[in-house]
Each structure stands twice: as structure tokens, then as C-alpha cells.
Design a binder for this molecule. Structure first.
Ligand SMILES: Cc1cc2nc3c(=O)[nH]c(=O)nc-3n(C[C@H](O)[C@H](O)[C@H](O)COP(=O)(O)O)c2cc1C
Length: 188
């Protein structure tokens, strides 16, 4: 049984990111997985304060909703992070989460190793632009640098032509891929 934790980095509930992440969850629900979904926009998450408390202690000095998230990630098998592309990058809500993952890494002579074990990382991106290659390097780069926090690249899903809130609901290809991915991870 897999433990799956998903984060929606879009402010639009039921929008493109939410729809695709929910498809993964629906696929995973076919087996007995533990699944939790969080809307980052509804949570109280401050930006990293750069205090470096987490370099000495395996925790964050800021006691906000990230404490819930740390607990969920620590024993997760799969972490799903979904973000719309905003100005060619992740949304601000997603970036707040990424920066605050710093307590999950140990740094020794510039080498980053996970403090709380390895989890498989699934990233879901949605964008208005019609070409999936446009931001792919940035997506891979982002995933690569989360490895030190224990989030190891497993899959990146990209939905293109997803400007309107409901665009992805008629994108059968991405919905199928997401659902199949959900089935796959629930069995791993
Ligand atoms: C502030 C803002 C910036 C955006 N910047 C980009 C962009 O740089 N490239 C792109 O392809 N789409 C861009 N978009 C479109 C969103 O990526 C697209 O609508 C996305 O699918 C929204 O996901 P959601 O429905 O889950 O909110 C932008 C949208 C907004 C609101």
C-alpha cells in the first residue's frame, strides 16, 4: 500500500492542475492507497526566512502549516507537486513550498542528502503554451534539485493549451496518462 501526498500549487480549485492531480488520485484509489491532497493556496505558509535554523535542527523555526506538510512528506512513498506555469516558472504558492523543503536535506561539504528517506516525485505542470518542450528543461532542473531533499524524479506530466480553467477536462490524452499513472503508483 502506497502513501501518496499531493500538493496543488494553483489557486484555481477544480482547474487544470487540480483536475489532472485528481485523475492520478482517482487512479490510485483503485487500490488501497493512503492519499491526501492539500491546496497550498488555502494554507498558511510563510516564505523561508533564511534563518538557517534547519541547518542545526531537523526542523523549521517557522511554526505554520508547513509543520503539517513535513509530517505528511516524511513517511510518504509518493509526493505529487502540481503547478501552473506562471511567467515561465512555478507559481508563487508552489515556490513557497519548495523553499521550505530545506529542512528535509542534510548538507555536508555541499553534498545534499535526504534526512527523512527517499520518496518518488511526480510533478504535474499545466501551461497555456502549446509546446511541451518549452519549459521542459526548467521542469527537469527543478525536479533534479529536489533529490537532495529526498524527492526523486519519477514522472513529469505536462498539459499544454490549458489556459481556461476547464481546458484539461477535454484533454483525453493527459487524463488517461494521469489515471494510468495513479493505478501504477498505487501498486508499487
Ligand atoms: C499570472 C499568470 C502567468 C502565466 N504565465 C504563463 C506562462 O509563462 N506560460 C504559459 O504557457 N502559460 C502561462 N499562464 C497560463 C497558465 O499556466 C495556465 O492557465 C494554467 O493551466 C493554469 O492552471 P490552473 O487552471 O490549474 O490554474 C499564466 C497564467 C497566469 C494567471
Amino acid at each position: 500500500m502506497s502513501k501518496i501526498v499531493a500538493f496543488i500549487g494553483s489557486p484555481r480549485k477544480n482547474g487544470n492542475v487540480d483536475t489532472i492531480v485528481q485523475q492520478i488520485i482517482d487512479g490510485a484509489t483503485t487500490s488501497s492507497s493512503t492519499i491526501k491532497k492539500f491546496y497550498l493556496n488555502d494554507m498558511n505558509i510563510k516564505g523561508c526566512q533564511g534563518c538557517l535554523y534547519c541547518r542545526k535542527v531537523h526542523d523549521c523555526a517557522v511554526k505554520d502549516d508547513m509543520q503539517i506538510i513535513y509530517n505528511e512528506i516524511k513517511d510518504a512513498d509518493y509526493v505529487i507537486i502540481g503547478s501552473p506555469v506562471y511567467i515561465c516558472q512555478v507559481s508563487a504558492q508552489t515556490k513557497l513550498l519548495l523553499d521550505r523543503l530545506y529542512p528535509l536535506t542534510e548538507i555536508d561539504k555541499s553534498k545534499h542528502t535526504p534526512r527523512f528517506g527517499k520518496k518518488k516525485l511526480i510533478m504535474v505542470y499545466t501551461q497555456a503554451a502549446p509546446f511541451s518542450f518549452l519549459f521542459k528543461k526548467y521542469f527537469k532542473y527543478t525536479a533534479k534539485h529536489l533529490k537532495g531533499m529526498g524527492l526523486e524524479h519519477f514522472k513529469i506530466l505536462i498539459a499544454t493549451k490549458a489556459f481556461e480553467k476547464n481546458s484539461s477536462k477535454s484533454n483525453k490524452k493527459i487524463l488517461d496518462s494521469a489515471y494510468k499513472l495513479g493505478i501504477k503508483i498505487s501498486r508499487n
